[in-house]
Design a protein around this ligand. Structure first.
Ligand code: NAD
Length: 243
């Protein structure tokens, strides 16, 4: 770490960040996502096989966003973004909009967003708040049956991957919140940052995960409690040059 260049901070968040807002996580005890097998709702094959079911699933998730609010952890991360003196990037696997509703600006949605749709024909990406059906025409090209949720499904390439690799290589502090560490490539980010010289890697989770051994610090507890505490600590540490 240089004494002249302020330290760079990279955050990776997962479903645990939004859990206390009332958004269900992915890997509940039953291994299902809101009662569905992943292969039935979150793969391109599922969308080909049963587009109605996939639309219904994401329509419910999208509508559900209207009933939830950002929690104390989302707000604390926005304070960190505003007050951190060096480079800051928040990579989220979450497809909800709770970080931006809390005020986040430096956010990369690597798995897409519930609030957007994409036309597989003309490739336009549009903000979308309503339900989507197989008969909904694309507002751009007019074709029906071509709009899909702008979500990165299993087997598809995450968004922003080149940019993410670049920021991970320069990270001085890597903070990972509420992710189970089983969905790749995100599960490999801590290791990658450490391989490139990141010396402070912090995991916040209710419990140990399969990637916990890649972190130099582990905080066990709910994100709404642990994240605000950690943000205070990190801002105090960076102010006195301890990061
Ligand atoms: P995951 O569901 O696999 O794991 C969630 C992790 O968060 C677990 O390790 C759990 O112990 C932890 N956790 C749960 N509640 C917590 C809390 N209150 N505080 C701290 N930690 C808590 O989630 P993932 O690793 O993000 O992978 C799921 C995938 O599914 C993502 O790729 C994402 O795109 C999608 N997904 C998104 C949302 C969302 O947008 N909010 C919700 C469900 C799934």
């Amino acid at each position: 770490m240089s004494g002249l260049i302020p330290p760079s901070l990279v955050i990776l968040s997962g479903a645990g960040l939004s859990a206390e807002s009332g958004v269900a996580t992915f890997r509940g005890a039953d291994g299902l996502w809101e009662g569905h097998r992943i292969e039935d709702v979150a793969t391109p094959e599922a969308f080909k096989r049963q587009p109605e079911l996939v639309h219904r699933f994401y329509n419910l998730r999208r509508a559900g966003l209207k009933t939830v609010e950002p929690n104390a952890a989302h707000h604390a991360l926005v304070r960190l973004e505003r007050e951190w003196p060096g480079a800051f990037v928040h990579i989220t696997q979450n497809v909800d909009d709770l970080n931006e509703r809390a005020g986040a600006m430096k956010l990369l949605h690597m798995h897409g967003e519930l609030g957007k749709v994409r036309c597989v024909w003309c490739r336009v990406v549009l903000p979308w708040q309503d339900d989507l059906e197989t008969t909904t025409p694309c507002p751009e090209c007019g074709r029906t049956g071509k709009l899909r949720p702008d979500i990165v499904w299993f087997g598809e390439m995450p968004y922003y991957i080149d940019e993410i690799m670049r920021v991970l290589e320069k990270a001085d502090v890597f903070l990972c919140i509420g992710t189970s560490g089983v969905v790749y490539p995100a599960a490999g980010f801590a290791r990658l940052a450490a391989d490139h010289g990141c010396q402070r890697l912090i995991e916040v989770n209710l419990e140990s995960t399969g990637i916990s051994n890649h972190f130099t610090e582990r905080r066990h507890g709910p994100a709404t409690v642990e994240v605000p505490k950690l943000v205070d600590e990190l801002l105090a540490d960076v102010a006195c040059g301890k990061v």
